[in-house]
Design a protein around this ligand. Structure first.
Ligand code: ADP
Ligand code: MG
Length: 320
């Protein structure tokens, strides 16, 4: 199958059609309209085989995941996702693989009313880059820089499941099959917090999605906002699968340090604390308060049952 045949078969005319897309796949560029009073939010994330996923990942999961991680960045800004483009580098044109991959991609795109408006297809080591676009009312985006001393720190759901799935495989841990399956499902099919992000607009003072690990991503907020934080490690929510699988220190390392779960981390001032909890619950999200912003510039004070708590070897950074 040649490149243009492949594009025509798997991408052109598939997925949803939005009214704000004047020109989708098929020309040199796509043409879209940003509604008046809104800003365009743009983000890109790349997944590389062997770095971000095991080569034998089910292709449907990969299609889902690459869209999900990009929509998660839009969610963290409070943006509504609208369009994506896809840079696809494939070792070969494997039809069965492509069918499942595009199915996974189009399923989640349709669910969030997102149109695939273009991309590029090349041959090489399996690498997938998505550029996701969204819209956000002008001036209303949630940034990393708005956290203030005294703000409460929240996460939108349990952390550490993706880490459990990946480390179990890498380290050869034997988990109870149902726990391994549950954790792997969370890694393969993360649910970006798209509705939560939009609910938080005008309520949260800052937000970020947890891709590199709770503490690593919290640090980004602290650096941008010039503040510190105290975190009650024992309050960080953990799934049944995680709690049943590992001892406390090992679980904490995954929940606080691993990332890849794509929950949101956000701050809210005391006045909006109740409103945030009520509004998020209306959208099926159970936010958990895990700490508070302090004046200790850039520093995270980790506590367990109110006492200082030490954990080493946390967070993931490329080129480190
Ligand atoms: P050009 O050479 O002008 O860049 P291409 O032949 O690369 O055009 O692509 C033709 C059309 O197909 C373009 O509209 C492009 O956006 C789209 N396209 C190419 N690859 C993909 C892909 N993997 N997913 C979605 N659209 C794609
Ligand atoms: Mg091209």
């Amino acid at each position: 199958m040649k490149e243009f045949e492949l594009i025509n078969h798997y991408f052109k005319g598939r997925g949803i059609t939005r009214r704000d897309v004047e020109l989708g796949i098929g020309d040199d560029c796509a043409l879209v309209s940003v509604p008046a009073g809104n800003q365009l939010a743009v983000t890109t994330d790349t997944l590389v085989a062997g770095v971000h996923f095991f080569e034998d990942i089910p292709p449907r999961a990969l299609g889902h995941r690459v869209i999900a991680v990009n929509l998660s960045d839009l969610a963290a800004m409070g943006a509504e996702p609208t369009w994506v483009s896809l840079g696809l580098t494939l070792p070969k044109a494997d039809m069965e693989w492509l069918e499942a991959f595009t199915e996974g991609m189009h399923e989640i795109a349709e669910y969030y009313n997102v149109q695939v408006i273009g991309g590029d297809t090349t041959q090489g080591p399996l690498t997938i880059t998505v550029c996701a676009k969204g819209i956000v009312p002008t001036g209303k985006a949630l940034k990393r820089s708005g956290a203030r001393v005294g703000d409460w720190i929240y996460v939108t759901g349990p952390l550490g499941d993706a880490g459990l799935a990946i480390e179990a495989r890498k380290q050869g841990w034997t988990l109870e099959p149902k726990h391994y399956k549950a954790a792997l499902e969370k890694f393969h099919y993360p649910a970006p917090r798209v509705a939560a992000g939009q609910v938080l607009r005008g309520l949260a003072t800052s937000a970020i999605d947890i891709s590199d690990g709770l503490l690593a991503d919290l640090k980004h907020i602290l650096r941008s906002s010039l503040v510190g934080a105290k975190i009650n490690a024992d309050k960080v929510p953990q799934s049944d699968a995680l709690r049943s699988s590992l001892d406390e220190d090992a679980r904490m390392k995954l929940a606080l340090g691993f990332g890849d779960d794509y929950e949101l981390l956000f701050t809210v001032n005391d006045n909006n604390k109740n409103a945030v909890e009520t509004r998020l619950k209306q959208y099926g999200v159970e936010p958990v308060c895990i700490g508070q912003i302090t004046a200790n510039n850039g520093e995270i004070q980790l506590l367990k049952k109110g006492q200082p708590y030490q954990l080493s070897g946390l967070g993931f950074e490329h080129f480190s």
